[in-house]
Design a protein around this ligand. Structure first.
Ligand SMILES: *Cc1c(COP(=O)(O)O)cnc(C)c1O
Length: 386
């Protein structure tokens, strides 16, 4: 008899989800109007210690809004990681700009030292702008991704962006709840340290609204513009006058209802993620050619995804994935690097050796917030038997 399926990551609706969604349905406020959207915005702003948050209908649309807020436009360039989900990078193209792919450090996140080397070798300041000497393009922003909930090296990135005059955008879609517990940014959440932060509430993220996102920033005027752009850039509601090309990017009241209930559960989810991370680490790290990759010290990470790293030639990524699948256990490789994806092959790259190594050797293990110790033990036993 085949064993029960252990999924990689599924949502957990054990709180007030049904009640709040029901309230939204009963009120008939199911679309982008309704009080739950602004309530959800306020609750996320409060949770992240930010003055304001603007809701949108996906992390991807949030990142597109972030590019527009940063003034990224046609012909500009943006430094971005190659080791990430493609939705982090596509919004650079939506804005008419081009990514320059920079490698990662041990944290899996974009490495400030590598970005610094590329900037020093390839750019110069012209009229207060950072210009790529070879293409003539204005290098306007740097997009950092907090991969799998691990904090990027924010002191390094902030210093670099100040030095070169770049807008620092944080893709925090995987890192809601991650914050520094030490150092200059003690108490600061991922997504709130650079100029703009974006969260996602897609189905596999740490909390979900089915689909949804949120943008935070300390630039009040930029956030106001994000809200304006996300709601069709209406200048006069009654007369249907629109003062720029806007988008239908607003979150709905139904989604916000789900989000409010999920947010109540977030700290519990993070505690569970941390507990199960320790469970895997104790049993697998240093055994059988395996490492469980660490999260950054001095940070309370949400530990969204766990990375099993295949240290030597005993195991291959695809071999491990197939062996676990045969036992009804779902795992996955890390993303194919973005410069290898359709339409990004001609973009400039720098320092991708470590990203290539991680791409070849990481397998993500089951990490649902309702994963039981029994199920995790089954994953461990299956891996140790290989
Ligand atoms: C999930 C994710 C996104 C996109 O968020 P959606 O809500 O799915 O649009 C962007 N970047 C990264 C790194 C992600 O993991």
């Amino acid at each position: 008899m085949s064993q029960q399926f252990i999924p990689l990551s599924v949502p957990n609706f054990s709180g007030n989800e049904k009640q709040y969604v029901n309230e939204a349905v009963i009120s008939e406020w199911v679309s982008t109007g309704g009080s739950k959207v602004s309530e959800f915005e306020e609750k996320i702003a409060e949770y992240t210690h930010m003055p304001r948050a603007v809701a949108c209908n996906s992390g991807t649309s949030g990142l597109h809004l972030a590019m527009l807020m940063a003034g990224v436009g046609r012909g500009d360039e943006v430094l971005a990681p190659a080791l990430t989900f493609i939705a982090a990078v596509n919004p650079i193209r939506y804005a008419g700009a081009e990514p320059v792919f920079i490698g990662c450090g041990e944290s899996l996140c974009l490495c400030p030292a590598l970005a610094g080397e590329w900037l020093a070798a390839n750019t110069e300041q012209r009229d207060g702008k950072c210009v790529n000497r070879h293409t003539g393009a204005h290098v306007k922003a740097l997009l950092a991704v907090h991969v799998f909930g691990n904090m990027a090296n924010m002191p390094g990135l902030v210093e670099l962006c100040r030095k070169y005059g770049l807008v620092l955008i944080e893709d925090s879609t995987e890192a809601l709840g991650t914050y520094y517990t030490e150092g200059p940014y003690r108490g600061k959440m991922a997504g709130t340290i650079g100029d703009i932060g974006v969260y996602s509430f897609n189905g596999n993220k740490i909390i979900t609204t089915g689909a949804g996102g949120m943008v935070v920033s300390n630039h009040a005027d930029w956030l106001e513009r994000a809200k304006h752009l996300s709601t069709q850039a209406k200048a006069d509601e009654l007369q249907f006058v629109h003062d720029e090309v806007g988008y239908n990017y607003r979150l709905t009241n139904l989604q916000a209802a789900l989000g409010l209930a999920q947010l109540e559960q977030l700290e519990g989810f993070i505690a569970h993620k941390n507990e199960m991370y320790d469970f895997y680490k104790e049993r697998l790290d240093g055994k059988n050619g395996y490492r469980i990759l660490p999260f950054r010290d001095g940070v309370r990470s949400n530990k969204w995804f766990y990375s099993l790293y295949l240290e030597d030639a005993r195991h291959t990524r695809d071999g491990v994935i197939a062996a676990l699948k045969a036992q009804n256990i779902q795992t996955r490789p890390v993303w194919a690097l973005i410069h290898e994806q359709a339409d990004y092959g001609r973009n400039e790259t720098y320092g991708l050796a470590m990203a290539e190594d991680f791409r070849a050797k990481i397998v993500n293990l089951p990490c649902s917030t309702n994963l039981t110790r029994e199920d995790a033990q089954r994953v461990v036993d299956a891996l140790l038997a290989l």
